[in-house]
Ligand binder design. Structure first.
Ligand code: GLU
Length: 495
């Protein structure tokens, strides 16, 4: 019977098992998140296992960035690197003795065999298959060697690998928690290698041994692994072990329906952090890549944990939409406490405006910066937007937006408005938003112009720009001295 309902009997234990051959990209981060949400939903355990058996491509640096990426997303592992756990070690290269032991068991039971074929021989086979337009498949030569030949080759050939004896007929059928029933003809599955000549296991073998020993109940991973699953199930069966439940989540495509490339989404999550994205925006965004709940877009972490189940994972590929990520980011920036945005924005501001360098004692400087950030927070899409958005708070005005100047700097008429404004503002005892607002309104009334007739030239004079946050807020933050100085400068500019 096929059902997509999540089956939970016993403790839920899931794992994220990255190969440290590069940073944590969106696809991997989403797999980690789905596993983590699933674990939290069922009060289970999230295990992190580093699959570093590809000696040439695995690096310590990649391990570090993966751990950093997960931590940034707030995806914490109960068992794994650093803190260990009851099934340690959690690095596959530290478990080689374990794989060896289980491989020997399969040999002893006649379920695996040594293959002595040389790379050259295998290459020729593959070429032959390609010529006949057949799928490349090992010809099982060594499976059927007679005892004498096998003995001789065992001594004479140094580079032997271990292959799994795949059943030659029948089907491997399993119930995928995201896709329903999936069937594979065993005949099409190869006698695949389980141990390489250097004594390292292959992914399919090591993953099964570890998932079994680590008591993993549900394997949730990208559907690029779907074709590995029947192979893995056959290994479970060879050992007489119960396989876990499997759920394969759909791949992520770009808007152009092509696989993710560097241009969209193939960058690492830590790069997104550097570009000014907030982790909760990223988590919300990733959660919606192939999963959904009604037409809701914004989910808190708590809601995600409450609502996340695999039957709501879609069957069709998820589409990466960077505009949506930016939209979510501006939402979460708006929702954040100003103190947090201050902490996040400060390094970018200090880099952009070296004169700004604040130390803890510079109370006035810190207060000014806090006010600047509070005024701009609503408008930031990315934390890094703070730099261009705040320029006029830190630098003198050296030019005026041309289009706006043509429209709002109307010679004598404007000079008079700005002169009046300067006078009234300089007379203010308390330089705060309500008093500033009163000045503008009073002036518009007195001069019999619309409020905009005062605000637009003032904005241009004070910021050089046509668009800014609310004028009264900006003026309050800039402070009397800068405001007067800039009004004078604009008056002079108009001659
Ligand atoms: N190391 C594999 C990968 O990074 C893990 C696949 C799995 O989850 O089984 O793709």
């Amino acid at each position: 019977m096929s059902s997509r309902e999540t089956i939970v009997n016993g403790a839920v234990r899931v794992r994220f098992a990255p190969s440290p051959t590069g940073a944590l990209h969106l696809g991997g981060a989403r797999t980690a998140l789905f596993n983590w949400l699933f674990a939290k939903h069922f009060d289970g355990t999230f295990v992190l296992r580093i699959e570093d058996t590809d000696q040439e491509r695995s690096t310590q640096e990649a391990v570090e960035t993966i751990l950093k990426g997960l931590s940034w997303l707030g995806i914490y592992w109960e068992e794994g690197p650093r803190d260990g756990g009851p099934f340690e070690p959690y690095f596959q290269t530290q478990r080689l003795h374990i794989y060896k032991k289980y491989a020997e068991q399969l040999i002893k039971e006649g379920k695996a065999y040594y293959c002595y074929c040389t790379t050259d021989e295998l290459k020729k086979e593959r070429e032959k298959a390609a010529k006949n337009k057949a799928a490349p498949k090992y010809n099982k030569k060594c499976r059927f060697l007679n005892a004498e030949d096998a003995k001789e080759l065992h001594v004479s050939r140094r580079n032997k690998v271990l292959r799994f004896k795949m059943p030659e007929e029948g089907k491997t059928i399993f119930n995928d928690l995201c896709r329903g029933e999936v069937k594979f003809e065993n005949e099409l599955l190869d006698d695949f290698i389980i141990m390489k000549s250097d004594g390292f296991p292959t992914y399919n073998f090591a993953a099964v041994v570890d998932d079994h020993l680590m008591e993993i109940s549900h394997v949730i991973r990208g559907d690029d692994h779907l074709s590995n699953t029947p192979r893995q199930i056959q290994i479970y069966q060879a050992f007489g072990w119960n396989p876990p439940h499997f759920g394969h989540i759909p791949m992520i495509l770009g808007k152009d329906k092509a696989r993710l490339s560097k241009r969209h989404g193939a960058q690492s999550v830590t790069e997104y952090a550097k570009e000014g994205f907030l982790p909760e925006a990223m988590v919300n965004f990733l959660a919606r890549l192939g999963w959904g709940h009604k037409d809701q877009e914004i989910f808190s972490r708590k809601e995600l944990i409450e609502l996340f189940t695999l039957d709501k994972v879609t069957n069709s590929p998820a589409v990466f939409d960077s505009d949506k990520l930016t939209w979510l980011n501006s939402h979460y920036i708006k929702e954040s406490l100003p103190e947090r945005i201050f902490d996040l924005a400060l390094p970018y501001l200090e880099k952009a405006y070296p004169k700004l360098k604040l130390d803890d004692k510079d109370a006035a400087g810190i207060a000014y910066l806090k006010k600047v950030i509070t005024v701009l927070q609503e408008r930031l899409r990315l934390i890094t937007d703070i730099v261009p958005a705040s320029e006029y708070f830190f630098k003198d005005i050296t030019s005026y937006d041309e289009k706006a100047a043509a429209k709002h700097f109307k010679g004598e008429e404007t000079t008079k408005i700005l002169e009046d404004l300067k006078r009234s503002l300089s007379e203010l005892k308390t330089f705060d938003k309500p008093s500033i607002e009163d000045v503008f309104k009073g002036l518009a009334e007195k001069l019999k112009v619309k409020l905009g007739g005062v605000i637009h030239p003032a904005r241009l004079a004070l910021t050089g720009r046509a668009v800014t946050p609310g004028m009264y807020d900006v003026i309050e933050v800039l402070g009397k001295e800068k405001v007067i100085e800039r009004l004078e400068k604009a008056i002079k500019f108009m001659g």
